[in-house]
Design a protein around this ligand. Sequence first.
Ligand code: FEO
Ligand code: CA
Ligand code: CA
Ligand code: CA
Length: 688
Amino acid sequence: MRDYENDYPDFTQGPDWEHGDEIPSNKSNNRTFFDVIEARASRRGFLVGGLAAAVTGMLGVGVSTRGALAQSTAGSALLGFAPVPVSEDDSVHVPAGYRTQPLGLWGDPISGDMPAYHGANTGEEQGHQIGQHHDGMHYFPIEGTDPYEGSSEDGLYVVNHEYIEPRFLHADKYAGMEMDVRSVVYHDGQRDDDEVLKEINAHGVAIFRIQKQDSGDWAIVEDPRNRRITGNTPMEIGGPVRNSKHVVTKYSPDGTLARGTLNNCAHGVTPWNTYLTCEENWAGYFSNTTMEDQKPDLPREHARYGVSTSPQGSRYGWHLAADGADEYVRFDATTRADSPAEDYRNEPNTFGWVVEIDPFDPNSTPIKRTHLGRFAHEGVVFGNTEPGKPIVAYAGDDARFEYIYKFVSRDVYEPGVTDGSILDHGTLYVARFNDDGSGEWLALAPGRNGLTRDNGFEDLADILVNTRLAGDVAGATKMDRPEWGAVDPATGEVYFTLTNNTRRTEAQVDAANPRAGSQFGHIIRWRENRDDPAATGFNWDLFVIAGDVDSSRTFTGHALNEDNIFACPDGLWFDKDSRLWIQTDIGESAQNRGDLEPMGNNAMLAADPRTGEIRRFLTGPTGQEVTGVCTTPDQRTMFIGLQHPGATTTSEGFANGEFSSNWPHGGNSVPRSGLVVITREDGGIIGA
Ligand code: FEO
Ligand code: CA
Ligand code: CA
Ligand code: CA
């Protein structure tokens, strides 16, 4: 555990709930990166043939002239738009010939009596409105048979709500107070019940029908399937952890049920037309003050995930709601009773999972699919699926020095027959990226890769609840914060964003994570051996090293330029044409400051995976991150998400009603997370 403490300095510092938002402090140059590339240039087996030549070209250029290698933007047939410049203003910019429309804002009503948004909405009203901080999302055509085929004018929209900004959520109550991005109000050490309910109901997932109108704009329409799933919604625990001792709680003494889903970051879309929502930074919602000999005494399934040990250490203090209701008390994971069936010591073990939701059945109970592992689940993406072959899904654990995983089902995919239960049987693997460009998938299963009773792993449920520890023992490669993955529909190659890791030291640099103190991040990709998604080996490469013109490279050896410099890649998605969409999440405390200043506001870019060309497609308003992207089946309408506009508002600015963003309504309005609908004036395919 020494190693763990060294790697996780946040462990004793309370919830690390805004990963990556620290002000960059490491000014190291890229010597280490270029040294690593040089070392790799002599080996064989690059994923893409052109890379070897490109690296040779890179090495032939002196540091001072690297910027001169700026890439042409005239090449790709896949990218047909003129790039937009970096922006620092409070609006959305898209290329000439495109138009945008805000839709599905936080607070917009979708169900019940359709309560209108205003600054004093109650917790119950929030439960019938779209939540805050949009993240992963998908447009399901209304026919309800295929997630990518069907109507391009009528669909069920499903969107995750990652977390909240309480000062904007409680805008009326907190008006005039000096509140920062995470502040909440306590009264005599307790939280107001309705504030807590509103916060829980602003989390989770929203499902709502949207239709294209005669005007060309889109609108939310009432539908019996419109639904909010929140931090309180009853759920089943599925898979190997169901019924295990790890998830026994007062609420579910037999370990089969859980309440709610939280910190829903990215998502997944199954081939059988359901939605997966992923629980990312859930640990910060809990407090475990159990002590022994005046020292914190956390079980490993709390400690390895960063559950707080201080009484008010949880992010929003929900366990301190004044009325002491059971659905709030459960966020206190302290051992309080004689047995785990009488308290909530195991409540944190019911989070960290992938949750399956059937958006077309409003009465369905979401299911936590535990065989996909327990960690800070960013998202999940399926490999290209073939009938008669196993299902393969990839997932990243977004924390510094965490891992990338792959699940391979035991059973094969049968269209029309397969359902979510296929995710309950199979093998979870963790990735090792070797410096020579090869890689291995290490099985996290009883008796394999050191996961034995002698090493403290009782059975599969124990391994899954402690997925991170299992990855440690198996020898996985510690990555620079894996965020979204995407699979090229044409080639099956898998891409993952590695958003940044300012704590990686020179001594910790490896070929897959090539920069110490990485502020800018990079994108890795791999190809499974024999092009078999279920293979246990692969070859990997770096698609792009993000940064400014002096510190960036695409795999072709070109530096990024004013048309495409970016940092902190996060959202990642392939459209049907294999256009790769890249979204950025520079933390709000780093935006437009220091070394991140040249990148401006967070943005979305499009890339051609074959040529390496990248162009900036969209820039967002102030303080937000761009997260979530999909299109209608005809690719002529794109939806993206803008999360936490105005998060750069200072405490004083908030007190004065001067928000750093007033998106989308302008004036001095409270900023609201939301979707942006993007269309072309000529009705063409987005990006082409
Ligand atoms: Fe929720 Fe890792 O972004
Ligand atoms: Ca993210
Ligand atoms: Ca973020
Ligand atoms: Ca992020």
